[in-house]
Design a protein around this ligand. Structure first.
Ligand SMILES: N[C@@H](CCC(=O)N[C@@H](CS)C(=O)NCC(=O)O)C(=O)O
Length: 212
């Protein structure tokens, strides 16, 4: 199986590189510099019509049609299911891990991304937009901190794809003008997850890429 990851030094991209490293899989890296708008190149749009990264292509090289996947959550679930890792099998534990995976996919990531826009990227930064976006991030950080006061990991007792989905976004807490140490349970979790060698390798991909 030949796997090719397409992405850049972005949190959604790093979800996938961390997961590939956690699974111990070999993969080729194709850098797509979103600041240079390379995500809109015809060959990338042919893989993901949404014009976004990450993308993972799995080519069995046996004549079957390659699997082309976009959406970081779909890629994490696919790898967890096909590799049999980082997602509990027992239905109740699995449902709980899924709920926290959804929080990372639908709240933590999008809200932090929006906050980054209103605190840094937007040419004008209306106070109301800035305050609103920061309040949404604050609410989700308080949620995560409370959860991690009760459980070792976001999904429960075991490290799972809920943690993989959340970690690269918490690593960009500064985009929402947050200090991780202000939420002590989240800080404990962040240090523990960040000490995993697979996480460190995944977060360093694509090698040399900078989100300038
Ligand atoms: N829901 C998508 C979001 C993907 C996404 O927004 N990717 C960003 C980088 S983290 C991107 O490609 N931005 C460039 C653009 O939107 O044109 C996912 O989780 O994969």
């Amino acid at each position: 199986m030949k796997r090719t990851f397409y992405g850049w030094a972005t949190p959604n991209s790093n979800r996938v590189t961390v997961m590939l490293e956690e699974c111990g899989l070999d993969y080729a890296v194709q850098g797509v510099n979103i600041r240079r708008r390379e995500q809109f190149a015809p060959e990338i749009l042919a893989l993901n019509p949404y014009g976004k990264v990450p993308i993972l292509v799995e080519d069995a090289q046996d004549g079957t049609v390659p699997l082309v996947l976009f959406e970081s959550g779909a890629i994490l679930l696919h790898l967890a299911e096909t590799q049999g890792v980082l997602l509990p099998h027992e239905p109740r534990e699995r449902a709980e891990a899924m709920a926290w995976l959804m929080v990372a996919l639908t709240s933590l990531g999008p809200y932090t991304g929006q906050a980054h826009h209103w605190t840094e990227l937007a040419p004008v930064k209306p106070d109301a937009a800035r305050a609103y976006s920061l309040a949404l991030v604050d609410r989700v950080y308080r949620l995560l901190d409370g959860r991690l006061a009760q459980a070792a990991f976001l999904g429960g007792d075991a490290y799972s794809i809920a943690d993989v989905a959340a970690y690269p976004w918490v690593a960009r807490a500064g985009w929402a003008e947050r200090r991780i140490e202000d939420t002590p349970n989240l800080a404990r979790w962040f240090a523990e997850v960040g000490a995993r060698p697979a996480v460190q390798r995944g977060m360093a991909q694509p090698e040399g890429a900078v989100l300038a």
